[in-house]
Design a protein around this ligand. Structure first.
Ligand SMILES: Cc1ncc(COP(=O)(O)O)c(C=O)c1O
Length: 413
């Protein structure tokens, strides 16, 4: 029934805020409804933790302990900055890990990194400002920046992460056009989607360039704690001495995405500014207290050590299966941590034919195009090894290999 009052789906567009009409958020609804696939697919899509590792028993115990011990105190509004106990643990943890000397006042607790990114965007970006992001990047990051009506511009990357020369060139070009480049959003450890880790030399160069141009570094460390091999590199935040940088972390990838608890670390004046654009009355105090109990009793460290072994084994099984089955049709990265492998398809592989064949054969992946804003990346594929059961990986890669074979023209099988 059409009532003519403007709330029908077709007319709703007119009533929406400019930021929504501008295409913001399209990523999350893209694709629409599809016919169910002919074969139930093995999903190599989600960047989410292994379901068998979720610390359910420990969370039952810690949340009970907190409720019994703290009762009404953790069931009231807790304030925007977040639980002091959890912030204190974060300060000690990052001081140890990064050689910093920050305090609980340098943190604000957010609704995951995603909430932190919206908070940063609302605090620092005006309509028309430029937010730089890596090309490719996590679409949620670019989306958060666009929510302030800023313009998002991609900077080239390679297997060592963001390319400093490309960063400098992009900033200078935009400044030359009279644009205001406000911030750089970067995922420097085990990047989503590429798995790349920014090298130490590049970290130093990125910090130097951003500081010289007064560009805020927004460092997303969603995966940094899931280091499978090698040494942790200093954060951009640490290299910048905390000046002109914020560092965002989360319990989503080490514990569970459903917790929705993350944080922003920054200089105190920056944290104070971030609190001025928070109107959500804070993250659940009960959950924050539960995580504070989890971390302060050593459960988090033990849990992370355990899950790293799980991801190492899955990564290696997937790499071995790819070597055996797919090397004729693609090449790929070998990440030192995180959840993802990034494949570059051989020229002979038609990405659209691959999508159709994979659907028929029952394996799901994310096409690289989802991580670029300008139509690049169709010849790339992101595979997540984190969520799929390890026993299913060889079969998933067999299916992918068959799909690649079908989608490749002129490559001998
Ligand atoms: C790079 C990156 N940052 C942030 C997030 C979201 O984190 P959170 O669950 O803490 O909001 C993701 C989720 O996929 C991600 O890949």
């Amino acid at each position: 029934m059409t009532t003519g009052d403007g709330w029908e789906a077709e007319q709703l567009e007119e009533k929406l805020a400019k930021r929504v009409r501008g295409g913001f958020g399209a990523f999350w609804v893209a694709g629409g409804r599809q016919e169910p696939p002919p074969v139930p697919p093995i999903a190599l899509t989600g960047g989410i933790p292994d379901p068998d590792t979720l610390p359910i028993e420990e969370l039952i115990e810690t949340s009970n302990t907190v409720l019994r011990r703290e009762g009404p105190n953790c069931l009231r509004y807790g304030g925007h900055q977040g639980d002091p106990g959890l912030r204190e643990w974060l300060a000690q943890h990052l001081n140890r890990q990064e050689g910093l000397s920050v305090t609980a006042d340098n943190f604000t607790i957010t609704n995951g990194i995603s909430g932190g990114l919206i908070n940063v965007s609302l605090t620092f970006l005006d309509e028309g400002d430029i937010a730089l992001v890596e090309a490719p990047s996590f679409p949620g990051g670019a989306g958060a920046m666009q929510s302030s009506m800023s313009e998002v511009v991609g900077v080239a990357t390679d297997e060592d992460g963001l390319i400093p020369e490309a960063l400098e060139e992009t900033i200078e070009r935009l400044e030359g056009e009279g644009r205001r480049v406000k911030l750089l959003y970067t995922i420097d450890n085990f990047h989503n989607p590429t798995g790349a880790t920014l090298t130490l030399d590049r970290r130093r160069a990125v910090v130097e360039i951003c500081q010289r141009h007064g560009v805020l570094i927004v460092e997303d460390d969603a995966y940094g704690d899931i280091r499978i091999e090698g040494e942790r590199l200093p954060s951009l935040y640490a290299l910048a001495g905390g000046r002109g940088a914020v560092f965002l972390g989360t319990f989503s990838k080490t514990m569970a995405t459903g917790l929705r608890v993350g944080w922003v670390l920054g200089d105190e004046p920056v944290i104070d500014a971030l609190l001025r654009t928070r109107f959500d009355l804070g993250v659940s105090p009960w959950l924050q207290r539960t995580i504070a109990e989890f971390t302060s009793t050593g459960l988090w460290e033990r849990h992370v050590a355990k899950v790293i072994d799980v991801y190492r084994s899955k990564r290696d099984v997937m790499l071995a299966a790819l070597d055996e089955r797919c090397s004729r049709y693609a090449h790929w990265s070998r990440p030192e941590g995180g959840f993802f492998l990034w494949l570059t398809l051989a020229d002979a592989v038609d990405p659209a034919a691959l999508r159709d064949a994979a659907r028929q054969l029952g394996v799901a992946y994310v096409n690289g195009g989802a991580f670029y804003m300008d139509g690049q990346g169709k010849d790339r594929v992101r595979l997540a090894y984190s969520f799929v059961r390890e026993q299913e990986i060889p079969e998933a890669i067999q299916r992918l290999g068959r799909a690649l074979e079908q989608a490749a023209q002129g490559v001998p099988a």
